[in-house]
Structures are given as structure tokens and as C-alpha cells.
Write a protein that binds this ligand. Structure first.
Ligand code: ZN
Length: 96
């Protein structure tokens, strides 16, 4: 998969802590990550891989991007929903 340079993983990697950011500051947009299989990863799962790289490339984050409008952005590893920066008002009710 080809990643646009602005979405390269390095952009979101905090070099002091060696952790991937969860939010893009300012103004704090939620970030999601993509692995080599085009699966969505939440920042927690992406950081797990960074901390303890696995031979399994399945959840190896390759790129990160801001989730502007995808209200159904789900991490494929832990199934957590990644919030979006601009949820539409109709779907703003809590679904749980
Ligand atoms: Zn996850």
C-alpha cells in the first residue's frame, strides 16, 4: 500500500516517548492507524505493536490519519470505536 507522506507513521511518533499519538494537536482530532493489511487500528493497539514488535505483520501499523467523519471507525484488533472529529448530529445519540 502506498502512503501519502503526510500520513507516514513518523509524523505521529513522539520521539521522546517512542509512542504514537492518539490525537492531533491542535485541536485534538482523533487519530487512527492502518496496518499493512489495510485494517484499522486504534492508537492503543498501534502502540502495543510499537512497544513489542511481533513477527506477525497483521497489526503492524504502517500509517496514521485523522478520523474526521467516520463514525463507524472500529479497531480491528480490539473492536474499540475510534471517535471522529465531526460526528453528524443525527447519529450523535449513544448507541450502547
Ligand atoms: Zn485497538
Amino acid at each position: 500500500m502506498s502512503v501519502r507522506p503526510e500520513f507516514a507513521l513518523e509524523r505521529w511518533l513522539d520521539k521522546d516517548t517512542n509512542k504514537l499519538e492518539s490525537f492531533a494537536w491542535p485541536p485534538g482530532y482523533p487519530i487512527y492507524y492502518i496496518d499493512g493489511f489495510n485494517s484499522v487500528l486504534c492508537p492503543d493497539c498501534a502502540n502495543e505493536y510499537i512497544k513489542e514488535p511481533d513477527e506477525d505483520q497483521r497489526f503492524n501499523p504502517q500509517a496514521g490519519d485523522i478520523n474526521y467523519e467516520d463514525e463507524f471507525c472500529i479497531c480491528e484488533k480490539c473492536n474499540v470505536q475510534i471517535e471522529c472529529a465531526y460526528p453528524s448530529e443525527e447519529n450523535n445519540e449513544d448507541q450502547e
